[in-house]
Design a protein around this ligand. Structure first.
Ligand code: COA
Length: 273
């Protein structure tokens, strides 16, 4: 079912949505959903070629899109990106902080730089982006969505860096919701479950077990990127007008089953180095 078709095609007409990590996976699906609902969409990521290919797909659907190559670890590069967007299209109304990194590694074998790299991308990158976007979001009465992860509240083995980063993202989101509500900005977090076809899942699934995650989901299936995107646009839209500081799981109930099955098999996911 094309659930987005329920919503008006001009829901976000005239509004600018900025999506970090928007070149692929869940964040690409979110960018595409904003575009389908009339927003002017900015996809931001590290690799220009990835962004260009994603932008082409959004244009093919009739969407309006621009690319801004920037690493969320670099606040100066983000400032340039937001300045360029404002000059071209006006201030950003919707921000999605989705850029993230992950790999599987036992904590005692993780270098301090490896741990810090994921915290830098996921947590500090989310802060950098929200901080740089603040002036524009205040002007528009904007919304922010942080993409979290189940690791923020259920410990998964070999995910110490992601757990620390995403738990930080959740509290950053709540703290900013408390501080920025008075500026008319709403912030929320979304916890995607196992979503088919994403790089994150490729890293967290044993090679010979494509159905690995379905057994851990009460609904008995993985999610689709569009099922995350649906909730992202609902939270950004007037349907979410009184939702602020909320963390929403969109995981088919996966978190209810815990992480022990994952922990039993995580050794099979280690990448030889
Ligand atoms: N096991 C252990 N350590 C690892 C690792 C692995 N599989 N992959 C990377 N690292 C460590 C590196 O060894 C390095 O530390 P060191 O110099 O002390 O050895 C550190 O992490 C940084 O790695 P580097 O490759 O230089 O960083 P990067 O900025 O190019 O890449 C990552 C960032 C590591 C997060 C990379 O996996 C990435 O780009 N991911 C983006 C895509 C992604 O993960 N998507 C899924 C999101 S859910």
């Amino acid at each position: 079912m094309d659930a987005l078709a329920i919503l008006p095609k001009d829901l976000f007409a005239g509004e600018v949505a900025f999506v970090t990590g928007g070149g692929s996976g869940i964040n690409f699906a979110i960018a595409r959903a904003f575009a389908r609902l009339g927003a002017k969409v900015v996809i931001c990521g590290r690799t220009a070629a990835t962004l260009d290919a994603a932008a082409e797909q959004i244009r093919a659907l009739g969407g309006t899109v621009r690319t801004q190559a920037a690493d969320v670890r670099d606040a100066d590069a983000l400032q340039v990106a937001f300045d360029e967007v404002r000059a071209a299209w006006g201030p950003v109304r919707h921000l999605v902080c989705g850029a993230a990194g992950n790999f599987v590694a036992p904590a005692e074998q993780m270098s301090p730089k490896g741990f810090r790299t994921v915290v830098d991308i996921d947590l500090i990158g989310s802060f950098n982006t929200a901080r740089v976007a603040f002036d524009q979001l205040r002007e528009t009465g904007g919304t922010v969505l942080f993409i979290s992860g189940g690791q923020s509240f259920v410990p998964f083995m070999y995910q110490a860096h992601v757990a620390a980063a995403k738990a930080g993202v959740d509290m950053l989101m709540r703290t900013l919701a408390l501080e920025w509500g008075r500026h008319g900005i709403r912030l929320n977090g979304l916890v995607p479950g196992p979503i088919a076809g994403t790089e994150g899942m490729a890293r967290l699934t044993p090679k010979d077990k494509p159905d690995f995650w379905t057994d851990m989901v009460p609904m008995g299936r993985m999610g689709q990127p569009d099922e995350i995107a649906q909730m992202a646009v609902v939270l950004a839209s007037p349907l979410g007008s009184y939702v602020n500081g909320a963390l929403l799981t969109v995981d088919g109930g996966q978190n209810l089953t815990g992480s022990s099955r994952f922990n039993d098999s995580v050794g099979e996911m280690l990448v030889p180095r």
